[in-house]
Design a protein around this ligand. Structure first.
Ligand code: ZN
Length: 344
């Protein structure tokens, strides 16, 4: 049997300051071949940090992407980046307008986006690996559609392209393909109407474990302000029962920093749950004991063989020292609970 409580991060790690400015959406500091070399080096450091912490499943820290949505979309035909437009996203939850690329024609994926990055990752780790892709609903929410006419139609065509990518990642040895769908915590009616089926289309026939990451957003300014005043944390109550009967095998949920009642995890019983036990909204590093306590709480509702201790979300906005400390606390806390489970 696999070791219980396998640890991993949601996906991203902070980029070194020599590669990009330490802010979201930052421009690269390097260009051309030197940029590619710098990204390779940053991935090696991200892998080394995860190995040193002892995490059981490894990602490339998303070091090659400026942003988790754009990293995929920038490779697609049918999207115009030459003139961005300001749009509301995420149901205007955060009260900000964001620059969006325009969908001006049928989307086409001319070439694989993440496969060469996966091959590089696998050459440098013997551990199981995970690659993250943006979920179709969240991607559609982040683009300015001037062609498809409905968010659902755009999302379904994105799901077709994401599925091509996911299938190729699996064929190249990816162990977990994860779709990031923070919008599943926002558009609850649409999730039920078409979000789950669109996600399943993206995961259809993928010969790897498929996962969905559903969070309350990155630990950055407007998101943290919203979290501080939010009082309704019941979104998982609706999505987890829908996902329980879906074809998706793993569900990543934010539990450490938000006001989510962990008893909601029982609604996805039988599925693998990546449970957030690390707060990504602060550089303060948890103690292993704090992490262990959060895992023990989750174990009241999730069988140990289904529980994957994880971060709440990506750690791109954090300092590198904090990210390293948090990964070590994650694994050390899990190890404490593993030892307890071995004794019982
Ligand atoms: Zn997230």
């Amino acid at each position: 049997m696999n070791e219980m409580l396998q640890t991993m991060i949601v996906g991203s790690l902070p980029r070194p300051a020599w590669l990009a400015e330490p802010i979201m959406y930052a421009q690269w500091r390097l260009t051309g071949d030197i940029l590619a070399e710098g990204q390779d080096d940053a991935v090696l450091l991200a892998i080394a940090d995860q190995h040193r912490a002892g995490l059981k499943i490894v990602t490339d820290g998303e070091q090659r992407r400026r942003h988790y949505i754009w990293g995929f979309c920038e490779e697609l035909d049918g999207i115009d980046y030459s003139r961005l437009v300001k749009i509301q996203t995420r149901g205007n939850r955060y009260g900000i307008l964001v620059d969006a690329a325009r969908v001006t024609g049928p989307l086409r994926r001319a070439r694989p986006t993440m496969v060469s990055a996966l091959r590089f990752l696998k050459r440098h780790t013997d551990k199981p690996v995970k690659v993250t892709l943006p979920g179709p609903m969240t991607t559609a929410d982040t683009l300015a559609d001037e062609y498809y006419g409905s968010r659902q139609a755009l999302a379904m065509d994105l799901a077709r392209l994401l599925n091509e990518e996911a299938c190729e990642l699996a064929e190249n040895g990816c162990d977990i393909v994860q779709f990031d769908e923070p919008c599943f915590n926002i558009y609850l009616d649409e999730v039920e109407e078409w979000g789950i089926s669109t996600l399943e289309r993206a995961a259809q026939g993928v010969r790897a474990k498929t996962a969905v990451h559903i969070c309350y957003g990155y630990g950055v300014g407007p998101v943290l302000q919203w979290k501080n005043k939010n009082t309704d944390w019941t979104h998982y109550n609706r999505t987890l029962p829908l996902l329980r009967t879906s074809t998706i095998s793993q569900i990543s949920v934010e539990c450490a920093a938000s006001g989510v009642d962990p008893s909601v995890l029982a609604l996805a019983r039988g599925k693998d749950l990546m449970v957030g036990v690390i707060d990504v909204g602060t550089d303060a590093v948890e103690t292993p004991e704090t992490v262990a306590a959060r895992i023990r709480t989750a174990l009241q509702y999730v069988a140990p063989e289904n529980l994957y201790p994880c971060t709440d979300c990506g750690m791109a906005p954090r300092s590198r020292a904090a990210a390293r400390g948090k990964m070590k606390a994650l694994e050390d806390g899990a190890a404490l609970v593993r030892a307890e489970l071995a004794r019982t």
